[in-house]
Design a protein around this ligand. Structure first.
Ligand code: SAM
Length: 398
């Protein structure tokens, strides 16, 4: 990761930022007043949950990246799909049931339409990350001060562990995000806005995580006093769960300090009492039988199967009898064999978008892994999309 700090003239940056001001809304005004370094140069999005990007130019460039992604997936993508399916049908191959990836790549050869469409996906990611990294790092000292200012404040707590032994598998520049989750101190800011572009604005104002929190299943006995989110990232799910269950103890853990620091800052701003810790999902340090509900949203496709086994056995240990485990992730191939289009896109993500473990994850049988860990599996869990997500949950024998 480039250290852009040396390129900054921080006092000029501070003047530029403070010169542009706009009203902002947050849930707790008192919490905001305590945040001495909260910069919000252009105010917040309409609901007041998410700050606008620091400069209009940055926002426009991101809008372009999002439109480009939409076009490459939808309009251009549709033409590409016809091309791909045409090639397969010419060879009497059913495109809705993909041949193995090696065979598929051999059949496609060097078809320029298909490769251009795929290349667009990578290019748009690169444009998106560069815009965000450059934009936030242009005011790096201010954002670091904002994070530091929130650190000693509540509501909620933040526990960082600079000596945590982060596993090798979690150190990649995942999704080609510069610095990945752990290598850029402003990684939380970059991730929050970047993922919204990636999901084509689906998560504006955290709407996706709020919808997800609404469907998180609770134990049959109705007791829901303690909740943990594994691989919580910037803690969007714990924040939404605190809104749904204001009296519950809400926890989130993650390996990545930049993500957790940003999540904690947002909890302070929103006035939501959640606890975030830099810990490993395979070694959570919580007492046995601690939690009523445990979730993990899009964690497991980023973890090797061997480590998934360790995490699942830790889940079994810290879930209380009758408690619910709700891991939301992509469908594995045993749940739905991929079409040629999905298979090609998943391979592309693995090779060019640095989704290092996703192929191994898709080839695994996640229900079976949960059973092996001693959990009771239900394959008809609530889901926000039956076609897309895995619809799995599990319980610990009461
Ligand atoms: C795709 S992100 C998902 C983040 C979050 N759940 C969300 O809703 O956006 C995966 C997260 O898992 C974290 N992670 C990866 N391996 C982990 C582990 N062994 N223990 C805890 N967190 C881990 C990463 O740092 C990253 O923040």
């Amino acid at each position: 990761m480039l250290d852009r700090r040396t390129l900054l003239n921080t006092s000029a940056a501070a003047t530029a930022v403070s010169a542009v001001s706009a009203p902002h809304k947050v849930t707790s005004k008192d919490a905001l007043n305590n945040l001495q370094h909260d910069i919000e140069p252009r105010g917040s999005l309409p609901e007041g949950r998410v700050e606008k990007l620091p400069e209009l130019d940055m926002e426009s460039r991101l809008d372009f990246a999002q439109a480009f992604r939409k076009w490459s997936l939808r309009d251009f993508g549709r033409n590409n799909l016809k091309q791909l399916y045409g090639i397969l049908e010419d060879q009497n191959i059913d495109p809705t049931n993909s041949p193995p990836i090696e065979k598929l790549l051999e059949i496609i050869g060097d078809d320029p339409n298909i490769y251009t469409a795929m290349r667009c996906k990578t290019t748009v990611q690169q444009i998106m990350w560069k815009n965000l990294v450059d934009g936030f790092h242009a005011h790096k000292d201010l954002y670091l001060a904002e994070l530091a200012s929130a650190e000693g404040q509540g509501p909620g707590t933040l526990e960082l562990n600079p000596t945590l032994n982060i596993p090798e598998y979690a150190k990649h520049e995942i999704h080609i995000q510069p610095g990945g989750y752990i290598g850029d101190p402003l990684g939380g800011y970059v991730y929050h806005y970047g993922v919204n572009v990636f999901t084509l604005d689906l998560n504006s104002e955290d709407i996706f995580h709020r919808s997800l929190a609404d469907i998180v299943p609770v134990p049959e006995d109705g007791k829901m006093n303690s909740f943990l989110d594994l691989g919580t990232g910037i803690a969007q799910l714990p924040l939404a769960m605190k809104e749904r269950f204001p009296n519950a103890d809400i926890w989130g853990i993650d390996t990545a300090a930049p993500m957790l620091r940003y999540g904690h800052m947002r909890a302070v701003e929103l006035g939501l009492d959640i606890n975030l810790c830099q810990r490993l999902a395979e070694d959570t340090q919580f007492e046995s039988n601690s939690f009523d509900v445990i979730t993990a949203y899009i964690l497991f496709h980023e973890v090797p199967t061997e480590d998934t086994r360790k995490i699942l056995s830790e889940v079994k240990r810290i879930l209380r009898p009758g408690g619910v485990f709700f891991p939301v992730d992509f469908k594995t191939y045993d749940q739905r064999p991929p079409s040629a289009n999905s298979r090609l896109n998943q391979w592309w993500d693995h090779v060019y978008n640095n989704e290092v473990w996703t192929e191994e994850y898709r080839d695994s049988n996640f229900s079976e892994l949960m059973r092996e860990a001693g959990l009771i599996v239900n394959e008809n869990a609530p889901t926000l999309s039956k076609n897309f997500w895995n619809s799995l949950m599990a319980t610990k024998k009461a």
